[in-house]
Design a binder for this molecule. Structure first.
Ligand code: ASP
Length: 370
């Protein structure tokens, strides 16, 4: 049985600044870092088997749980906030017009993939041989239909290719060159390596390379999970939605971890680990040290705790991020059938945003804007 099927069968799971939609950044916008940050829009809300409040919608996005205040200047911070706002705006505009959850998560993630300030599509981190290797997945909670791609190098929007796998094949997961060939067959926009490799990521890779050389080429098994290094490595994009029809969907896209071994695949394209959606429970998109998210099948574990233990979205996401996973390993965004949103992370920051049909619209890196 292919590994992805095994996984889907298993017990299937910011230098944070805040800015309100239109607010300018105050001079002292950086609040103290709190390694145990928890953000919840809701009180404990038990989720029933069927969605209520049909005409409402909710959306959450993330732009990675990595980053560290001292490493970005004011312009870089503003660029990230602007990128989050643009993506969230795209999603809210579509949701107001009754777009389907699966269409919205794809469109929003594509906006983030096109933005060179995030580690997905253009601007993705480089692997051990200095190349991009992109992973993405998408899942529709109404029927569990899903698609994923790993290790692609030519497709401008990997999440669009994941969507094509869902829509146009009987399969769930394609990887490597054949997946790129499928993108060509589907006439999806393709790009040369120069498009994906931004000067900022080339600089980061060179710094990583020097560090490797200084360490004699040796990396310990857990290097990516270590505080200082971890801050340098993470940053993926994702979106979860509850649409006006009550359907849920999730999508995640990433370049993975800086300096990752050639051929390495993380959690982002693995249904149940980095992405999961089921109308009866929740939609989840994760960001963090992928190996840990795979081992603990985090995205589907959140759903399963709700389904089997009758936990609320708040309780199940807190358990995943603050009990199951070690501090400094990442975060997740989730929305439930009633439109409640959770944004949990155990890192100093998670680039994120949330909006609801009640007028809520917020983006931030460390905390929400005042
Ligand atoms: N989870 C991603 C991976 O391990 C990285 C990230 O979220 O930044 O590939």
């Amino acid at each position: 049985m292919p590994p992805c099927r095994k996984l889907s069968r298993s017990f299937s799971f910011l230098f944070f600044i805040a800015a309100s939609c239109n607010a300018a950044l105050p001079d002292d916008f950086l609040p103290p870092i709190n390694n145990q940050t928890q953000v919840s829009m809701n009180q404990e809300t038990p989720v029933g088997k069927l969605a209520q409040n049909k005409a409402t919608w909710s959306i959450a996005i993330h732009g990675g749980a990595g980053g560290e205040p001292g490493r970005w200047n004011e312009q870089q911070i503003q660029d990230r906030l602007d990128g989050l706002k643009a993506a969230l705006k795209k999603g809210t505009d579509m949701l107001e017009k009754s777009a389907s959850a699966v269409d919205v998560v794809q469109a929003v993630v594509q906006v983030l993939e096109d933005n060179p300030n995030f580690n997905a599509g253009r601007g993705a981190v480089l692997n051990s041989v200095g190349e991009v290797s992109l992973d993405a997945s998408i899942m529709d909670g109404s029927d569990l239909s899903c698609g994923a791609v790993a290790g692609v190098t030519t497709v401008r929007n990997p999440v669009g290719l994941a969507r094509a796998v869902r829509d146009k094949t009987p399969h769930v997961f394609l990887c490597g060159e054949p997946a790129d060939a499928f993108a060509k067959e589907m006439e999806l926009p393709l790009e040369s390596p120069a498009y994906f490799k931004t000067p900022e990521q080339i600089k980061s890779w060179e710094a990583w390379k020097q560090k490797q050389a200084a360490a004699g080429g040796k990396t310990s098994k857990n290097d990516h999970a270590k505080g200082e290094d971890r801050l340098f490595y993470l940053g993926t994009v994702g979106c979860v939605v509850r649409d006006q029809q009550g359907n849920l969907a999730a999508a995640t896209s990433t370049g993975g971890l800086l300096g990752k071994k050639y051929g390495r695949v993380g959690d982002s394209p693995i249904i149940g680990a980095g992405t999961y959606a089921k109308n009866e429970t929740c939609a989840v998109s994760c960001t963090g040290v992928g190996e840990l998210y795979i081992k603990h099948h985090i995205a589907s574990a959140v759903s399963s705790r709700m389904e089997y233990l009758n936990e609320s979205l708040n309780a199940s996401t807190k358990f995943a991020i603050h009990t199951t996973l070690p501090v400094d390993s990442g975060g997740l965004i989730a929305v439930d059938a009633n439109g409640n949103i959770e944004l949990q992370f155990n890192t100093p920051m998670m680039a994120r945003g949330q909006a609801k049909s009640d007028g809520t619209f917020q983006v931030g890196l460390q905390d929400w804007a005042k």
